[in-house]
Design a binder for this molecule. Structure first.
Ligand code: GTP
Ligand code: MG
Length: 227
């Protein structure tokens, strides 16, 4: 139901910047994390996910209905981090669904459009809601998207950076169009997430990810991620 109209897909290629393992050895652990994207409609949430998961960009990206689910895997040293990504719909009529997606999430990317001050205001409201209602240890990143449209900038970099610092958020300006900082923001999140052996289950409130046995990672041989 929540998946209605989704643009679901999976991809497992390594994201740029991931650690290389020269011999493709399958050592190390696999951690799985639930990540949610929130933000006003048309700020580019789906475009960021499409860029990260498939390396594509669509000028005429359709507005999301309900939510879309995708996965992507990145490698960090001896750890394979599998993101289960919920790309929510920004249109007002879907806002009441959002808690379903951020509940139990270990990470969130709150997106605004640097050419639209209102979307930055909306992003702050999402951050407040996550701080009050999501898992206490959730890692939150703020993404100022459409950085390629610098001539139309309405939100100053320093203003957003200052806000992010005050609120303990990761912050980057991104462009789904040019790919600027797209892999980087997911990698920064992956680095910040706890990867303890005693991690709680996905969907729990611990804010921790779930460690998988390699055999459980059904999508693909995890080693391909690090080749
Ligand atoms: N120039 C530029 N355009 C972008 C960028 N990211 C997204 N867009 C465009 O902005 C429009 C909206 O993008 P979406 O990815 O659908 O936005 P969304 O946040 O998922 O919107 P909803 O699904 O309605 O919540 C599309 O026309 C995209 O092509 C970017 O980085 N730069
Ligand atoms: Mg969308």
């Amino acid at each position: 139901m929540a998946n209605r109209g989704n643009q679901a897909g999976t991809a497992t290629a390594a994201a740029g910047g991931a650690a290389q393992r020269p011999n493709g050895a399958t050592q190390g652990k696999i951690c799985q994390f639930k990540l949610v994207l929130l933000g006003e409609s048309a700020v580019g949430k789906s475009s960021l996910v499409l860029r990260f998961v498939k390396g594509q960009f669509h000028e005429y990206q359709e507005s999301t209905i309900g939510a879309a689910f995708l996965t992507q895997t990145v490698c960090l040293d001896d750890t394979t981090v599998k993101f289960e990504i919920w790309d929510t719909a920004g249109q007002e009529r879907y806002h009441s669904l959002a808690p379903m997606y951020y509940r139990g999430a270990q990470a969130a990317i709150v997106v605004y459009d640097i050419t639209n001050q209102d979307t930055f205001g909306r992003a702050k409201v999402w951050v407040k809601e996550l701080q009050r209602q999501a898992s206490p240890n959730i890692v939150i990143a703020l993404a100022g998207n459409k950085a390629d449209l610098a001539a139309k900038r309405a939100v100053e970099f320093d203003e957003a950076k200052g806000y992010a610092e005050e609120n303990g958020l990761l912050f980057m300006e991104t462009s789904a169009k040019t790919a600027m900082n797209v892999n980087d923001i997911f990698l920064a999140i992956a680095k910040k997430l706890p990867k303890n052996d005693g991690a709680g289950g996905v969907g729990g409130s611990s804010g921790q990810g779930r460690r998988l046995d390699r055999a459980e990672d059904g999508n693909k041989p995890a080693s391909s991620c690090c080749k």
